[in-house]
Design a protein around this ligand. Structure first.
Ligand SMILES: CC(C)(COP(=O)(O)OP(=O)(O)OC[C@H]1O[C@@H](n2cnc3c(N)ncnc32)[C@H](O)[C@@H]1OP(=O)(O)O)[C@@H](O)C(=O)NCCC(=O)NCCS
Length: 305
């Protein structure tokens, strides 16, 4: 019998016609997108339903959009796990700026608990390290004891609880808010480095170029805050009032802009949003691996980091 023992690929074998086949980890390609989309939909749907929460990937169509994005954008690196020729899981890392942002990771529910997730996590960590990235980050659902334990066992530390919040749209448009443009990049990134302690310049430029609806808030002609809306975005602002105005003006456009991740240790920001009747959907943990300097001031993470 052919066995894959001790060849480095043999940690999650499958038995097939009497032959023990290792699960292979290979680079993700656009041709894998439909399998990745299906697993994103089913894996997030199952774990969320088990805990009574809405799924982050609530349709196959959304799964398809995410899979297409992460398998085609040059700033994403990804891997799929192949079992007997079938994709059974995937994981991605965004390597756009100074911090690598991990996710989404999903394993086909029929294959969970076989250390495939651990191997896919190690694959993106190794890929990031090979490119010289010292800081990695991710956000995980606090109800997900398996992912929490997996990431912690790989060296990640919980840094910040963050609530996914439904933002109530502003009733009046703030005249100090306008679309963020390439001309704002220097000021926006200086604010990001001051508050979050690292640059997100490439990510912010991609949001401007990609038409993701980023907004700038100005006071006396100077940028005092910016927001890339939705959970894939992030924000930095001089004050809580500036950030709340940005969030609520963005939410007036509807769609993904109505959801945001709020760092819960910023109690005044959380209370300002509760006062505006915003609703908490669930709580997540921001976790990091490697160098970490705590952020200061008024900022928002993305679902990546
Ligand atoms: C989370 C997920 C990616 C993990 O992948 P997986 O292949 O199922 O997990 P693995 O078998 O590689 O590793 C799980 C580890 O957590 C450990 N673990 C699981 N539940 C645990 C618990 N309650 N307490 C402590 N450790 C736990 C396991 O023992 C295992 O560690 P080991 O390798 O030392 O035995 C996968 O289950 C999944 O796709 N879940 C649904 C989607 C999702 O939640 N994605 C992550 C979003 S943050």
């Amino acid at each position: 019998m052919l066995t894959a023992a001790n060849n480095g690929l043999a940690r999650s074998p499958t038995h097939f016609s009497g032959i023990t086949m290792p699960v292979e980890i290979i680079p993700a390609r656009p041709a894998h997108a439909s399998d990745i989309a299906r697993i994103l939909f089913h894996a997030f749907g199952k774990i969320s339903a088990e805990h009574g929460f809405p799924s982050d990937v609530d349709s196959l169509e959304l799964g398809g959009m995410i899979a297409q994005l992460v398998t085609t954008r040059p700033d994403f690196t990804g891997f799929v796990a192949i079992d007997n020729g079938h994709v059974i899981g995937s994981n991605f890392i965004m390597l756009a700026d100074e911090v690598g942002g991990i996710g989404p990771i999903t394993i086909d529910p029929a294959h969970q608990g076989r250390q495939v997730g651990r191997r896919l996590m190690q694959a993106v960590i190794d890929a990031a390290r090979a490119k010289g990235f010292q800081r990695l980050g991710l956000l995980q659902d606090s109800f997900n004891t398996r992912s929490l334990s997996l990431y912690a066992s790989l060296g990640f530390t919980v840094r910040e609880p963050a609530a996914l919040i439904d933002i109530v749209p502003a009733e009046d448009i703030d005249p100090g808010i306008r679309p963020l443009t390439a001309d704002d990049l220097d000021a926006a990134d200086a604010l990001c480095v001051r508050l979050q302690k690292f640059s997100r310049r490439n990510e912010t430029r991609a949001a401007i170029d990609g038409g993701f609806g980023p907004l700038a808030k100005l006071r006396n002609g100077k940028l005092c805050g910016y927001l890339i809306p939705g959970i894939f975005g992030h924000a930095n602002a001089e004050s809580i009032a500036d950030l709340v105005a940005l969030l609520r003006n963005a939410a007036a456009h509807g769609g993904s802009a109505t959801k945001s991740l709020i760092p819960l240790r910023n109690g005044d920001l959380f209370r300002a949003l509760l006062t505006a009747r915003c609703r908490v959907v669930k709580v997540m943990n921001q976790m990091t691996l490697g160098d970490y300097t705590p952020p200061t001031g008024t900022w928002l993470p993305s679902i990546e980091y």
